[in-house]
Write a protein of this length. Structure first.
Length: 528
């Protein structure tokens, strides 16, 4: 039937509006907390890589870095970006979807090739995203082994949506997290979307020995279904496996992607056809019916995502313990299927991170590879100083000064102790770092750093803060202080400390030379 132009337009509009309203075409472990039953499940799973996780990793990701990889309130993170509404359509490989085949009705043998192709596409996507991350990692550490601070800085949230379409390259760390996060998303989703780890509902048939009864998923075909083996697509068998998925490792081991023979034999894992938009399309179908259009049914006579998914529930990110699997995911309510999916996904994330570290060292050499790993996991990899205070990061951290700053402190630490000075802590109460205290200052050498009043964005006072440098292995340290206020006199001082507290009678002394003026240049002389 040909609709009048107005009818065709309204029908298309109704369908398009419904699709655009979807939070995720793949359903997937949830990405957004508190939206359509999601509890940021991907974030909670990926935070197994965070410092503080009970079943975590070494090295672990510090807070600002894991926020960008795993996501936090208000941002998706690298692992969540495949669920971005701009990317949810026509990307089953990003979620390991559409790998469904059973060796009997309602499937045909030719469907086995399609299912194997879907799993192979998922594996290829995973591999490609890891490759992208490995390539981007090169910019984090220069040829001399030094961390490139501007490429590792986490002062701002990564814009993964723009990075994905090439409009915003981001710094190197963001680009690594874009590729690595997407690979982790795929690997985690496989545990939720497939029958790898779960079990079927023991109260329902897995195989029909005769045509299905009215009300079952195959009821529409009941009159024509043969009285031979036919699968219950709503309750396919589970493999109940606990080991990490071997073909979602890097590099993908040869011969481990399920073969066509395994598909035909029914021994390969399956993943659901993506029918997650069906609930919204059912609303659109009511509109289509008004205009005489036939209903749209996703994944007819196929194991659907809705039959296999174990997507939503509460997860304690520190321990991985789960509770309250969602009623809308019937497979998650069977036995401990939701817990098995989460436990397996966390284990897969640990394995992928271990593989990624090995690959970095193989590609860039052990020493440079380890420095790249440190640049990825540390919030401030360019310094040994533990940074704190309101001026934690410079806006262009930390690579030089800005002549527009109305107050600045260009400090020199003159080391005459006979020991190496090592930066332990740097606290900035006001202003911003232009360059940080050096990691080390050799005996007989001088180390320099610069702090300045905030230029971009306005506000704030003059530079004020302190730094503590350990004196060799003596247990003593020197604390240097500076304050160059917008109004009032400069205050520069230094003292010998032990366990963070000033101490008298030590074998070391410290004195300040200079330090007046709007552009202050104090020298902290540390002697034995």
């Amino acid at each position: 039937m040909r609709f009048p132009r107005r009818r065709r337009t309204l029908t298309a509009l109704a369908t398009t509006t419904a699709v655009l309203a979807l939070p995720s075409a793949a359903g997937a472990f949830g990405t957004i907390d508190g939206f359509m039953g999601q509890h940021a499940e991907h974030e909670k799973i990926t935070r197994v890589l965070a410092c503080g996780a009970a079943d975590g990793v070494t090295p672990c990701f510090q807070p600002l870095s894991i926020d960008q990889l795993a996501g936090k309130k208000g941002i998706l993170g690298g692992v969540g970006i495949p669920d971005n509404p701009a990317e949810i359509l026509d990307h089953p490989e990003a979620h390991c979807d559409d790998g469904d085949y059973l060796p009997g009705d309602p499937y045909k043998p030719e469907d086995a090739g399609r299912a194997r192709g879907a799993i192979a596409a998922c594996v290829e996507h995973f591999n490609r995203r890891i490759e992208e991350a490995l390539t981007a990692a090169a910019a984090l550490v220069d040829a001399n082994g030094a961390v490139v601070a501007k490429e590792a800085n986490m002062a701002f949230d990564c814009d993964f949506a723009l990075t994905a379409v090439g409009l915003f390259a981001g710094n190197a760390k963001c680009r690594v997290f874009n590729g690595l996060g997407r690979a982790l998303h795929t690997a985690e989703d496989f545990w939720s979307h497939s029958n790898w780890a779960d079990q079927a509902d023991p109260g329902r048939p897995v195989v029909f020995a005769a045509p299905p009864a009215a009300g079952d998923d195959l009821a529409d075909d009941a009159e024509t279904a043969p009285a031979v083996r036919a699968f219950n697509i709503a309750n396919p068998a589970g493999l109940q496996r606990t080991e990490v998925v071997p073909f979602l490792r890097y590099p993908v081991p040869s011969g481990l992607v399920p073969s066509l023979e395994e598909e035909l034999a029914g021994t390969a894992p399956i993943s659901g056809c993506d029918d997650s938009p069906q609930n919204i399309l059912d609303w659109a179908n009511k509109v289509r019916k008004v205009f005489g259009a036939s209903a749209i049914k996703l994944c007819p006579d196929r194991v659907g995502h809705s039959h296999l998914n174990k997507d939503k529930g509460l997860i304690d990110w520190r321990t991985g313990q789960t509770s309250s699997p969602e009623e809308g995911s019937p497979r998650a309510l069977v036995a401990d299927n939701f817990q098995r999916a989460v436990t397996g996904a966390r284990g897969q994330a640990r394995a992928v991170w271990a593989d990624f570290q090995t690959a970095l060292k193989a590609r860039y050499g052990v020493d440079r590879g380890e420095r790249i790993v440190a640049a990825l996991t540390s919030d401030t990899p360019w310094t040994t100083c533990a940074q704190s205070g309101s001026g934690k990061f410079a806006l262009s951290a930390p690579n030089g000064g800005d002549s527009r700053a109305i107050r600045s402190v260009d400090a020199t630490v003159d080391n005459r102790t006979g020991e190496t000075l090592t930066c332990d802590a740097a606290v900035l109460s006001s202003g911003e770092w232009a360059s940080l205290p050096p990691n080390t200052v050799a005996s007989g050498a001088q180390g320099r750093f610069r702090v300045e009043s905030q230029v971009v964005g306005g506000g704030g006072g003059g530079p004020e803060g302190s730094a503590v440098l350990a004196i060799g292995q003596s247990g003593y340290g020197v604390k240097v202080n500076w304050d160059n206020p917008i109004v009032g006199s400069n205050r520069m001082s230094c003292q010998i400390v032990r366990d963070g507290a000033p101490i008298g009678g030590s074998p070391y002394r410290c004195a300040v030379q200079g330090g007046s003026g709007n552009s202050s240049r104090p020298t902290y002389l540390v002697t034995r």
